[in-house]
Design a protein around this ligand. Structure first.
Ligand code: F6R
Length: 588
């Protein structure tokens, strides 16, 4: 969370440059933004609550500047709480990503010593601590080191002092990447913000301190201050098309790309899925770990491996993993599923797994991300940049890879390729044959509903959970997904006349039971919306999807994504940036 970009070089219109980079990073947080540049012996600052939008800054040209897009953790969404934060003299500025767990103690201590706070953020303690260390005669580098060592939690900070021609940065878990240019150097939370300027990068590791100057970048050990070698890497992959390409928003663009993503996995992922299948076969206990949408891909994986490959794999929520770590051994395989590759809970789960000697695998979309680099074996999702905060095509890519891997493990990769090929065509056909308009009509019909329920069984139970998440996070309609068999155990009490209920009824062994559940809901007033290859009288509204066998979770996801999308649009919400969310969840 929080996008960060910094520049040190020859004097330039840094304000506009930083703002441009922040626009590309805004999916990391869009509560507020801010830019600071050195202006002789003061910091010139522009910061504001709200999205960047068409904002422009009028800041002087400068050789040093940085900026931040915020996802609020401590303190409301206000101008004062936006980063950068300055010290009392206005000579020091700080930007930060993370949560300073001990900020209350630090703030009390600093207030007792007379510091005045201008914000409610945890971040502001950093600038006052650095200020004190400088006053005590420490260099900017050492003052930053001293300060960072006092912070608890997973954090990244960058410090600017107008008397120095340098930026000092350090981090734990929260990503920072250094960009090495010609007469200029850069730092960012994300490679995508750097490639416009340079493809030579250094991934800052935990407990390293980077000192960026126009003509050099130094790396030091946080604890000892000893110099460290700079491990330069070349970004040799394309960041992909980041434009809207004629679509009204990224969500529609990314939903439309799903057929291509699945087709590419069906035809080109043989080597990856063979290697993954071998790792799973050789492990004694495989754990699929994900958060949110990725956790539903993981849960789908556990059904796929069970039914296709007769193999038990565990699906675990990233944030709950540490409470189940006791099952890990040096023969376990922990497989991280993540679009961003930066989700703090997943990184922590993988660090725990590594500490127990387990092997680490990853299915990750963002190349060069923390999980991509830390995994022993990483499979790229190949979905291309996912810029809508909601995960759509990365989810579908995870499902496709898991489906093909399960079939490979079962010795039937050709069946996997076949059903994925059919699913890819079905996704494209759904959109080209008016599926979106059909779902929009459903959204119009149920638009006034406050609650919506989704049921599925077996392979499509996780689909129901994912459908409900997609609908609620973008449209703010309260949606809940259930295993249809659980209805009579309490859930059915929620139904009243006209409550919309989405029903996933594929042509598999779950069909009869799911239709019985739907009938029970209908008898209690539910408005049944069937997503199925075949109509049934229980459906009040029918959304036809193709019959693609065990790839049904892939084709079923699209109507649910579209339903969320159209409900959001009808209610006047931006589907790409739902309230309170951010794309990379780098805090716990
Ligand atoms: C929902 C969504 C989130 C993410 C979750 C994990 O649409 O996008 O639930 O799936 O935050 O993110 P990644 O996949 O980046 O680890």
């Amino acid at each position: 969370m929080c996008g960060i970009f910094g520049y040190v070089g020859t004097p330039a219109p840094v304000g506009a440059m930083v703002l441009g980079a922040l626009r590309r990073l805004e999916y990391r947080g869009y509560d507020s933004w801010g830019v600071a540049v050195r202006d002789h012996d003061t910091v010139a600052l522009a910061k504001r609550a709200g999205r960047i939008g068409e904002a422009a800054v009028t800041l002087p040209d400068s050789a040093i500047g940085f900026g931040h897009t915020r996802w609020a953790t401590h303190g409301g969404v206000t101008d004062a709480n936006a980063h950068p934060h300055l010290d009392e003299s206005g000579r020091l500025a700080v930007i930060h990503n993370g949560i300073i767990e001990n900020f209350r103690e630090l703030r009390e201590e600093l207030e007792e010593r007379g510091h005045e706070f201008r914000s409610n953020t945890d971040t502001e303690v950093v600038v006052h601590l650095v200020e004190e260390a400088l006053a005590a005669g420490r260099s900017l580098i050492d003052a930053t080191r001293d300060t960072f060592m006092r912070l608890h939690g997973l954090n990244a900070i960058i410090v600017m002092d107008v008397s120095q021609n340098e930026l000092v940065a350090t981090k734990t878990i929260s990503p920072l990447i250094l960009g090495l240019g010609d007469g200029a150097n850069y730092v960012a939370s994300d490679t995508t913000a750097l490639v416009e300027y340079t493809r030579d990068v250094v991934y800052l590791e935990d407990n390293q301190v980077a000192v960026l100057r126009p003509d050099e970048v130094l790396l030091l050990d946080l604890h000892t201050g000893a110099p460290l070698p700079l491990r330069r890497e070349r970004v040799d992959w394309e960041t992909g098309d980041m434009s809207l390409g004629g679509f009204p928003d990224f969500m529609s663009k990314e939903m439309a790309e799903q057929g291509r993503v699945v087709r590419q996995i069906a035809s080109g992922y043989g080597d990856y899925t063979r290697a993954l299948a071998t790792l799973i076969a050789d492990s004694f206990g495989t754990f699929l770990v994900g958060c949110g949408t990725a956790s539903y891909a993981a849960l789908t994986g556990s059904y796929l491996f069970s039914r296709i490959a007769r193999r038990h794999v565990n699906a675990v929520l990233g944030s709950e993993f540490k409470y189940q770590e006791h099952f890990l051994t040096d023969r376990s395989l922990a497989l991280a599923l993540s679009q961003s590759g930066e989700t703090a809970d997943i990184i922590e789960a993988m660090l725990t797994s590594r500490a127990r000697g387990a092997q680490i695998g990853a299915l990750v979309n963002v190349r060069g991300s923390t999980l991509d680099r830390m995994a022993d074996f990483s499979v790229p999702l190949g979905a291309g940049p996912e810029q809508c905060v909601l995960s759509t095509k990365a989810y579908i890519a995870k499902l496709a890879i898991l489906t093909l891997t399960a079939h490979t493990l079962a010795g039937t990769p050709e069946i996997g390729r076949d059903i994925l090929g059919r699913a890819a065509d079905a996704l494209d056909r759904f959109l080209s044959e008016g599926g979106s308009a059909r779902v929009r009509a459903v959204a119009e019909r149920i638009g006034a509903a406050d609650h919506l329920y989704v049921i599925g069984r077996g392979l499509n139970y996780p689909t129901a959970l994912e459908a409900a998440l997609k609908i609620k996070e973008v449209s703010y309609v309260h949606a809940e997904g259930f295993a249809a068999g659980e209805l009579k155990h309490g859930v059915i009490a929620l139904l009243s006349e006209g409550t919309p209920c989405l029903v996933f009824a594929p042509m598999d062994e779950t069909r009869d039971d799911i239709l019985s559940g739907a009938m029970e809901m209908k008898s209690r007033g539910g408005l049944m919306i069937g997503v199925s290859p075949q109509h049934d009288p229980v459906f009040d509204i029918y959304i036809p999807v193709a019959d693609v066998g065990d790839a049904s979770p892939i084709v079923n996801a699209l109507p649910a994504q579209l339903l969320g999308y159209h409900l959001a649009k009808l209610r006047g919400y931006d589907p790409d940036k739902p309230r309170n969310l951010a794309k990379s969840v780098t805090v716990k």
